[in-house]
Ligand binder design. Structure first.
Ligand SMILES: Nc1nc2c(ncn2[C@@H]2O[C@H](COP(=O)(O)OP(=O)(O)OP(=O)(O)O)[C@@H](O)[C@H]2O)c(=O)[nH]1
Ligand SMILES: [Mg+2]
Length: 635
């Protein structure tokens, strides 16, 4: 369908429920539970989170009424008004007004409201009416509203608005019963025909009038509790305190890395033991030769050296997911806003940067919530500097080999401290690079102050957290099975062939292609204290950072040294280890991230800028680190 056809003839695009399923669009303010509702309707598992701007793209799914009628549901990014300000909000507006050439106009709007905060939702409904589509208002989070003693007369509200109003609890089993009672019959009968859209962007006067009307409706139909909810306010008085707030944030992050290091260790040891056992078993069963070497040195040593970090990744995300779902992360954004503002980062960059702890790719995509193009570009360019989970294996390996397992400063684990330091340097470099970027982007406009809705605190839901962990684990294991596996095969082949000549004395790998390639690059990396084995691991490490660890495991296993941590501790100097850590803070070691930068920034130019500036930073940081270490006698 072309854009012209869809906007000129909205009526002709209506679907016949007999032939094509009805399409319902979820529209509402950020964080009102649209995605939770989408998941409940469709059985999908899209990410929900207790902060605004989780959904930045439209997602489509198939739902079924309890009677079994199929219809499609589209989850849209949250918006306060159709007067879109940022690319994610434009998605919502364009879908509803039929301005997307690849998309038909939905047949029904499910306007989702946070029942505890009706005013804005009612204003949006007022605006949605001019879109011309049938609307059902869904008062979601009714469980929380009731718990707080809010009484909403939804039937009277329905009369005043002239549209059906239903209550819902998207995250509870049976929470959609009331919704089905109204919506299921609507989907059986032909829907009222769409009227031509009369929407025009409201000006500030219109907005004020609409707000007053919304206030009137709230006054008429909602009875506020005698004692307002104060739990959120009381917690916020402490965690948003100008001095106590940042201290609490720091302590929380700090505790997180301490705990992660301590708790993950036994699980990591167990996985490590498992792979060692497997390697020994294979070595016993299969006669020594190429196949045995491929399986033990290539596949098992390589993949095992990466999988071993799964517990650490899961523990890190357990913390992040719990804080997210509790509602704390939005407060952290609020606290960071001043510092980020000084560095020239838009306050809305917090969530994209936070997502980058998992992986820069969703982080870069989440930058769509930023309305100012320069701010968005800055965020996209710095997001890869945040410590993504693929760095965890590299960091942990080097820390395990070179940082003693001692306690310092009265019981703090030194290893956890170093890890915290690496994350801190990542964050700091984001701020510094963003600050410098200001001088390259001649700024014409100041970015708007942060307009963040601070959500109410909620008990984290086990389901959300479990789902988040499951998704992280799946992504990680899938990478181990694909990118990492194939890189391992390549590295093994390169380190095994050509085979050493008759009567060779040195380790076989010294005669291989890998050694040739490594020794060819090594001179460039020599000032950083990197040997040719590291050079061999860094090249395939471009595919994914963990591959470098797997690569080292294979290179050293093929050369006959077992026990990676032990080998590294014996063969590298402390200076080399620290320089490699410094390298990994900055190096643009992942091709998919670069591809996403290109896509999201809209041109290859930005990808090259990112690639070059990160390589330069990595090289300089590693160079300085190694040279200083060498001066101090640790080279
Ligand atoms: N108690 C309760 N919590 C809910 C309900 N619906 C959603 N939530 C929680 O509210 C938070 C926000 O939900 P999301 O579905 O991510 O909100 P959204 O509207 O998609 O947000 P954006 O994508 O940012 O626009 C999550 O922590 C959900 O678990 C509900 O009916 N009751
Ligand atoms: Mg959402």
């Amino acid at each position: 369908m072309t854009q012209a056809a869809s906007s000129a003839l909205p009526l002709s695009t209506r679907t016949d429920p007999e032939t094509q399923p009805i399409e319902a669009a979820l529209v509402g303010a950020p964080n009102c539970g649209k995605t939770a509702l989408f998941n409940a309707l469709t059985g999908a598992t899209q990410k929900v989170g207790n902060y605004s701007g989780v959904t930045v793209e439209r997602k489509i799914g198939v739902a079924r009424t309890p009677e079994g009628r199929q219809f499609s549901v589209i989850d849209l990014p949250g918006t306060h008004s159709l007067r879109a300000r940022s690319p994610d909000e434009e998605v919502t507006r364009d879908v509803l007004l039929g301005r997307r050439p690849d998309e038909r106009i939905p047949d029904l709007i499910l306007a989702v409201a946070d029942a505890t905060n009706l005013r804005g939702a009612l204003r949006l409904v007022n605006e949605l009416k001019s879109v011309g589509l049938p609307i059902v208002l869904v008062l979601n989070m009714i469980d929380i509203a009731r718990h707080r003693g809010l009484q909403i007369d939804h039937l009277a509200l329905s009369q005043s608005l002239g549209i059906p109003v239903v209550t819902a609890t998207a995250v509870r089993r049976g929470g959609l019963d009331a919704l089905w009672e109204v919506v299921a019959p609507m989907l059986e009968a032909p829907l009222p025909a769409a009227q031509p859209a009369t929407w025009v962007a409201p000006n500030s006067h219109d907005l004020r009038v609409a707000m007053r009307e919304a206030d009137r409706l709230v006054k008429a139909h909602v009875i506020q509790p005698a004692i307002p909810d104060t739990v959120t306010a009381r917690i916020d008085r402490v965690v948003l305190h100008p001095i106590a707030g940042p201290v609490i944030l720091l302590v929380l992050l700090f505790t997180m890395f301490q705990a992660v290091f301590t708790w993950a260790t036994p699980f990591m040891d167990a996985i490590d033991a498992g792979f060692t056992w497997l390697g020994t078993l294979v070595a016993q069963v299969i006669p020594s030769g190429l196949i045995q070497s491929f399986l033990t040195n290539g596949v098992i040593a390589g993949i095992g050296s990466v999988i071993v970090f799964l517990p650490q990744i899961l523990f890190t995300f357990l913390f992040i997911l719990l804080l997210e779902d509790f509602g704390y992360m939005a407060r952290a954004a609020f606290l960071m806003d001043r510092i980020m503002g000084r560095a020239g980062l838009n306050g809305r960059a917090f969530i994209p940067l936070l997502s980058s702890f998992a992986c820069a790719i969703p982080g870069i995509m989440a930058a769509r919530v930023i309305d100012n193009r320069r701010d968005r570009l800055t965020t996209i360019l710095v997001a890869p500097l945040m410590t993504c989970s693929a760095r965890i294996p590299v960091y942990t390996l080097i820390i395990a080999a070179f940082i003693p397992k001692t306690k310092v400063l009265g019981g703090l684990s030194l290893q956890g401290l170093v890890m915290f330091g690496l994350y801190a340097v990542g964050i700091l470099s984001v701020l510094v690079v963003a600050f410098c970027a200001r001088f390259f982007f001649a700024r014409t406009e100041r970015s708007a102050p942060l307009m963040l809705d601070l959500p109410d605190y909620k008990m984290p839901r086990a389901r959300n957290v479990a789902l988040g962990l499951y998704q992280r684990a799946r992504v990680f294991l899938r990478r181990a099975g694909t990118v990492i596996f194939w890189s391992m095969v390549a590295i093994w082949v390169l380190s095994t062939f050509p085979q050493p000549p008759e009567g060779a004395t040195g380790p076989a790998i010294n005669y291989s292609f890998a050694a040739m390639i490594g020794k060819f690059i090594a001179p460039i990396l020599h000032p950083l204290g990197f040997n040719w084995q590291i050079a061999v691991a860094l090249v395939p490490g471009m595919a994914a950072r963990e591959v470098a660890v797997a690569g080292l495991a294979t290179v050293y296993a093929v050369s006959g040294d077992g026990g990676l941590i032990h080998t590294l501790a014996g063969q590298w100097s402390l200076g080399t280890a620290l320089a490699l850590l410094a390298w990994y803070i900055f190096a643009p070691q992942c091709i998919s991230t670069l591809a996403v930068i290109r896509r999201e920034a809209g041109s290859g130019k930005w990808m090259w800028i990112a690639l070059i500036y990160m390589f330069v930073l990595a090289y300089v940081a590693a160079l300085i680190t190694y040279q200083i270490a060498a001066l101090l006698g640790a080279g």
